[in-house]
Design a protein around this ligand. Structure first.
Ligand SMILES: Cc1cc2nc3c(=O)[nH]c(=O)nc-3n(C[C@H](O)[C@H](O)[C@H](O)COP(=O)(O)OP(=O)(O)OC[C@H]3O[C@@H](n4cnc5c(N)ncnc54)[C@H](O)[C@@H]3O)c2cc1C
Length: 350
């Protein structure tokens, strides 16, 4: 069996590693320059990164706990204990009582992904920078074609990509296309801001919900001080995450203008005196979070040998992506998976 996996985020790599363990041949494709997907970090310079996607992850399931233990032992993840607050008015910070254990990749969020990719053996080939544009049925095979027309045939295909990307590649499998199309995903703007000196802010991470009567209402949802995470440099670097509705309203705006508005909202929310950053970078995540994720483990057609996995199939978040990748591998290997159990809590955005 030679399987193609489209997408080398956590779900795709987890699936590839599980298939490799059972001696299957796998070819992984990702459109990015490096694997990681939404667990990618922005490189700011030598040994300097900012987690502009996943902020932190939580653990509920023992299968994921086993994986996280491996990451902790090999030093690619660590516990992060930020001073966490809620900001519900300009300059008004209250302690946040949500005390779950948070984990982060070290020295950057992408580190566990790099670790997984480094463990892939000779039976797995990883192609970066390959944007898959079509998946077509041909006799007993699936032909996977990239946007430059390069194609290859496989016995089975797993789409480990966000739901809208999966729907676009499932046009020849109407029943799976319909399921993936019914899982919209919200966009998110993220801004990484570096300051020359430490700012007088007493907390490390904040959940922001500024009331509608304020000028910057809805602009920010979260903010994190990167240097408070383990293994980071001491640079005063903050990653700001925009609110869902505000992102929708500004999704096609100029990135520089978005960064400027998010920075204004940051000073307003924290109440600190304005100072000029040395760097500001913005990133537009078109598909950040599934609106109504499934609890199915993964989608799979055991006659056609094609399916889809990812956070949106299993309750969302990093843990959901991992479990969905495992479920996908079971189905590719012809096993039923036992993932039809209550989904993970979705409130757990770390
Ligand atoms: C801003 C932000 C903050 C977040 N914060 C948290 C958090 O704090 N805690 C948490 O648990 N989760 C968080 N998440 C969600 C978490 O990042 C995801 O749940 C998880 O990373 C999803 O992994 P995945 O493998 O399912 O998908 P992805 O990571 O999206 O991987 C999919 C891969 O498929 C590739 N791809 C897509 N289409 C194609 C194609 N046509 N051809 C080739 N390659 C393709 C992409 O390049 C990508 O690498 C956050 C996400 C965002 C965007």
């Amino acid at each position: 069996m030679h399987a193609a996996i489209i997408g080398a985020g956590l779900a795709g790599l987890t699936c590839a590693r599980a298939l490799q363990a059972r001696d299957h041949r796998v070819t992984l494709f990702d459109r990015g320059r490096a694997p990681g997907g939404r667990m990618s970090s922005r490189r700011l310079g030598p040994d300097r990164h900012a987690d502009h996607g996943t902020r932190a992850f939580l653990v509920h399931d023992e299968r994921f706990a086993g994986q996280v233990d491996e990451w902790l032992k090999s030093g690619v993840a660590a516990v992060w204990t930020p001073e966490l607050v809620m900001i519900d008015g300009p300059g008004v910070a209250r302690p946040n009582r949500f005390k779950s254990t948070r984990y982060v990749g070290t020295p950057e969020m992408r580190a566990p992904i790099i670790d997984l990719a480094n463990q892939l053996g000779t039976s797995v080939t990883l192609h970066r920078g390959r944007n898959i544009a079509g998946v077509h049925h041909s006799g007993s095979h699936w032909v996977v074609q990239d946007d430059e027309g390069e194609a290859a045939a496989f016995d089975a295909v797993a789409l480990a990509v966000p739901a809208p990307n999966a729907a676009a590649l499932l046009t020849e499998v109407p029943h799976l296309h319909a399921v993936a199309s019914a899982v919209p995903m919200t966009p998110a703007w993220a801004a990484t801001v570096v300051f020359p000196n430490r700012l007088p802010i007493a907390f490390d991470a904040a959940n922001v919900s500024i009331g509608a009567r304020h000028e910057h209402a809805g602009v920010l949802a979260w903010m994190d001080r990167e240097s408070s995470k383990p293994g980071r440099t001491s640079d005063e670097c903050w990653v700001l995450h925009a609110g869902e509705e505000w992102t929708r309203d500004h999704i096609n705006d100029d990135a520089e203008a978005v960064g400027a508005q998010m920075l204004d909202a940051f000073f307003s929310a924290t109440g600190v005196t304005r100072s000029e950053p040395t760097e500001i970078h913005t990133h537009r995540w078109r598909y950040a979070f599934p609106v109504a994720p499934l609890c199915d483990g993964c989608l799979w057609d055991d006659q056609l040998l094609i399916g889809a996995c990812g956070d949106w199939c299993m309750g969302s978040r990093v843990e959901g992506a991992y479990l969905s990748g495992l479920a996908m591998a079971s189905r590719v290997m012809g096993e039923r998976s036992d993932f039809l159990e209550p989904c993970l809590p979705t409130h757990g955005r770390a």
